[in-house]
Design a protein around this ligand. Sequence first.
Ligand code: UDP
Length: 331
Amino acid sequence: MATRRTFDRAVVTGGAGFLGSHLCRALAASGTEVICVDSFLTSPKDLDGGGLDDPNVVVVRRDVSEPFPIPGPVDLVLHFASPASPADYQRYPIDTMRAGSLGTLHALDLARDKGARFVLASTSEVYGDPLVHPQPEDYWGNVNPVGPRAVYDEAKRFAEALTTAYRTRHGADTAIARIFNTYGPGMRADDGRAVPTFIAQALAAEPLTVTGDGRQTRSICYVSDTVAGILALAASGVPGPVNIGNPEEMSIRALASRIAGLVAELTGVEAQPLRFVDRPVDDPGVRRPDISRAAAELGWQPRVGWRDGLARTVAWFTEHRARLTDAVGAG
Ligand code: UDP
């Protein structure tokens, strides 16, 4: 099992985003002083739900594709800055490539200069539309380099290569987390992803927009599990890449039906029908992590099942209705 350590002062790029804000809050709760660096291109502008009003978290508004010197000691850098939903990264294709390339370079320089542990937020998208299922870390992937998802997929693949080069060339203490679909409180209702879109639609008594025939699969992980996995990786000496996700796979059609049923059960809003709309180009047909490496090297595995996690997420969206006002669907 890997050695464990604690951190005094962490920099979290993208720290106001969905995953980043949960990470800032978890680190601050364990006594780490946190510097959140975020451009607010796609992070919620109000920070609501991010817990960033914590006195242990300082928010710095910066774009990491420009150098961002941080005075003083730093012993952990979590590089999470990037648009992350397919709708967001296709809306901001160049910013996405800048965050993955120049942003990663600057975050790695910071970690190297400070002698800090570095964790890259990589993604299941490095596997593209996978030909191996479930996906182990030694699968190289099936990515279209000129398709609509390329700006995200290839930026993250570049970021992984750069992170590996800093480890081998500079002896930097790096780790790569390949994060699979994560959901929970703090997501933007309008980020275009399946879970918040379906919840927003169900709460608004609108049909749920399922793409294609809905038989494509995803494996969804509740945010507290993903955060625990990333922090376990940070605290270890493991270089990765390590898949972090929940292997509980389901079709998107099943996901939509489950959300419609849960929203009806929890709120009394009548269950809404599914509306089938066009499938996006290069949308992966299947996705499920093989998490045996995370289990063996980090002693980590997810604990929250879909019913419990989705119920908590629906409850959060119900409380934060302001986030639903500009919800958008896939169709
Ligand atoms: N999807 C859908 N309806 C929506 C949004 C997404 O059916 O309103 C589908 C999407 O085409 C994909 C799956 O749900 O097959 C997961 O999409 P998401 O955007 O959540 O993330 P991805 O896993 O593709 O990055």
